[in-house]
Design a protein around this ligand. Structure first.
Ligand code: UD1
Ligand code: UDP
Length: 389
C-alpha cells in the first residue's frame, strides 16, 4: 500500500497537504477515486477517519475493497444523537486540523462528518472542497439535507455530480466560478470494480438459484418509527411473495425492522452488511432493488437494474430521468415490483447521466492540483468540459 501520510506538521507552501475527512460508508466509495487521482498527480495527502462508522463491515471492508490508504488518524467518535455525535466530531476534527495544518480539506456527501469538517475548517480559515455539492431533496426533515445546505454554503470549491446541482447552487447564491461539474466519483468506483462484479460466488454463498431481489433500508424516516417500519416491512414481505429478497441490513434499522417482522424465513434472507464488491456483485445479478439509499439509486442506474426507492423525494432526480429509479410509497411497492419484474429496467430519457464516465476522480484531482498551484480560491471555469480534462 502506498504511503500518503504527511511528512510534516507545519504548513509548507512548497509542499501543500490535502486532507480528506471520511466517516461513513458512502464517503469511502466517493473518496477512493479522488485519492487515487491526487496520488497520480503526486499531491501530498492523508485521510482523517472520523470513526462515525466503525464496524468492520461498515468501514474496514471498504478500505480493503477500494484500495484506500490507511488513515493518518481515526477520531473514533462513534454513534450518538446528532448533537452528541456532531459535538465529538467538531472537537476531534479541530484538534487534527490544527495538528496537521492542511492546505485544503476535502469533504464528501452529506453525512454528519461532512458537516462537522466544514464547520471546523471554516472557523479555522482552512480552505475546503465539497465533493457531491448541490444535491437537494428540498426536504429539511432529512438530516442529510441540512448537512448539504450548510456544507455548500461554507465550501470554497464545489464539485457537482449532475447538472441539476448547478442550478440549485446558483439559486442559493453560490458564485458559479467556484462550482465544477465533474461527474460522479461513486460511479468511478463502480467502474473500477466492474471486472470483479460477478454475481455467481455471492449467489452461491447465499443459496440463490433463480431470480432474486435485494433490499437496503436505513433512512430514519423509514426505520426509526415503529409504525413506519411495520408498513415498510409488510410491503417488503409482499414483494418477497414474488421472489427471494436478500436484505443486507444496515445496523441502524436492524432491531426496529426485526421487531416489525423483517426476519429470515420464507423468501426473505436477512444478512449482515456486505462488503462493497460482494454487495455490487449481488446487485448486478438482481432482477430488482428496493432501497432508501442515496448511492444505491445511482449504482442501479449504471448497472441497469430496476430500482424502487421507498422515499417521498430524492436529491438524485437524475436517476429517474436518466436511470432506472422510481419513487414509491410502501403501499405502491408490490405493484411497482410486479411492473419492474415484467418490464425490466426502463430509462425515460434513454441516456445515462452526463459525465458519469468513470473519470470524475481525475477531473476533481486536476482542479485541486491547479488550485494548489495557484493558491486562488476561485479556480477558473464554472463547468469543466469533459474533453478538456
Ligand atoms: C449515516 C448518515 C446517512 C448515510 C448513512 C450511510 C448522517 C446524519 N447519516 O447514517 O446519511 O446514508 O450513514 O450508511 O450522517 N451503527 C453501528 N455500527 C456502525 C455505525 C453505526 O452499529 O459502524 C449503528 C449505531 O447504532 C448508530 C446507528 O447505526 O447509532 C446510526 O449510525 P449513524 O452514523 O449515526 O447514522 P447512519 O444511520 O449510519
Ligand atoms: N453498500 C455496500 N454494502 C451494503 C450496502 C451498501 O457496500 O450492504 C454500498 C453501496 O454499494 C454504496 C454505498 O454502500 O456504494 C451506499 O451506502 P449507504 O446506502 O449506506 O449510504 P447512502 O448512499 O444512503 O448515503
Amino acid at each position: 500500500m502506498r504511503d500518503y501520510a504527511p511528512t510534516g506538521t507545519t504548513p509548507d507552501p512548497d509542499n501543500p497537504l490535502v486532507l480528506h475527512v471520511l466517516g461513513a460508508r458512502p464517503n469511502f466509495v466517493k473518496a477512493a477515486p479522488v485519492v487515487r487521482g491526487l496520488a497520480e498527480l503526486g499531491v501530498r495527502q492523508g485521510i482523517i477517519h472520523t470513526g462515525q462508522h466503525y464496524d468492520a463491515l461498515m468501514s474496514d471492508v471498504f478500505f480493503a475493497d477500494l484500495g484506500l490508504p490507511e488513515p493518518i488518524a481515526n477520531l473514533g467518535v462513534g454513534s450518538g444523537s446528532h448533537a452528541r455525535q456532531t459535538a465529538a466530531l467538531l472537537t476531534g476534527l479541530e484538534d487534527v486540523v490544527l495538528e496537521h495544518r492542511p492546505t485544503l480539506v476535502v469533504v464528501y456527501g452529506d453525512v454528519n462528518s461532512t458537516l462537522a469538517a466544514i464547520l471546523v475548517c471554516s472557523k479555522l480559515h482552512v480552505p475546503t472542497a465539497h465533493v457531491e455539492a448541490g444535491l437537494r431533496s428540498f426536504d429539511r426533515e432529512m438530516p442529510e439535507e441540512v448537512n448539504r445546505v450548510v456544507t455548500d454554503a461554507l465550501s470554497d470549491i464545489l464539485f457537482a455530480t449532475s447538472p441539476d446541482a448547478l442550478s440549485h447552487l446558483s439559486n442559493e447564491g453560490v458564485d458559479p466560478a467556484r462550482v465544477h461539474l465533474v461527474g460522479n466519483p461513486m460511479i468511478d468506483s463502480l467502474f473500477s470494480a466492474l471486472d470483479h462484479l460477478d454475481p455467481a460466488p455471492i449467489r452461491s454463498r447465499l443459496g440463490l438459484t433463480g431470480r432474486y431481489g435485494v433490499a437496503t433500508l436505513h433512512r430514519p424516516a423509514n426505520v426509526d418509527d415503529p409504525a413506519s417500519a411495520k408498513e415498510l416491512v409488510d410491503a417488503v414481505l409482499e414483494v418477497s411473495a414474488r421472489l427471494p429478497i436478500v436484505v443486507p441490513i444496515h445496523p441502524r434499522g436492524r432491531q426496529r425492522l426485526a421487531d416489525a417482522g423483517l426476519v429470515t424465513g420464507g423468501n426473505l434472507l436477512i444478512v449482515d452488511p456486505l462488503g462493497y464488491v460482494d454487495f455490487l456483485s449481488l446487485v448486478r445479478g438482481a432482477s430488482l432493488v428496493v432501497t432508501d439509499s442515496g448511492g444505491v439509486q445511482e449504482e442501479t442506474t449504471m448497472l441497469g437494474v430496476p430500482c424502487l426507492t421507498v422515499r417521498p423525494n430524492t436529491e438524485r432526480p437524475i436517476t429517474i430521468t436518466h436511470g432506472t429509479n422510481r419513487l414509491v410509497t410502501p403501499a405502491q411497492l408490490a405493484v411497482a415490483a410486479d411492473r419492474a419484474l415484467a418490464e425490466g429496467a426502463t430509462t425515460p430519457s434513454g441516456d445515462l447521466p452526463p459525465l458519469w464516465d468513470g473519470k470524475a476522480g481525475p477531473r476533481i484531482a486536476r482542479v485541486i492540483a491547479a488550485w494548489l498551484k495557484g493558491g486562488n480560491l476561485s479556480p477558473a471555469g464554472q463547468v469543466i468540459p469533459p474533453n478538456s480534462l
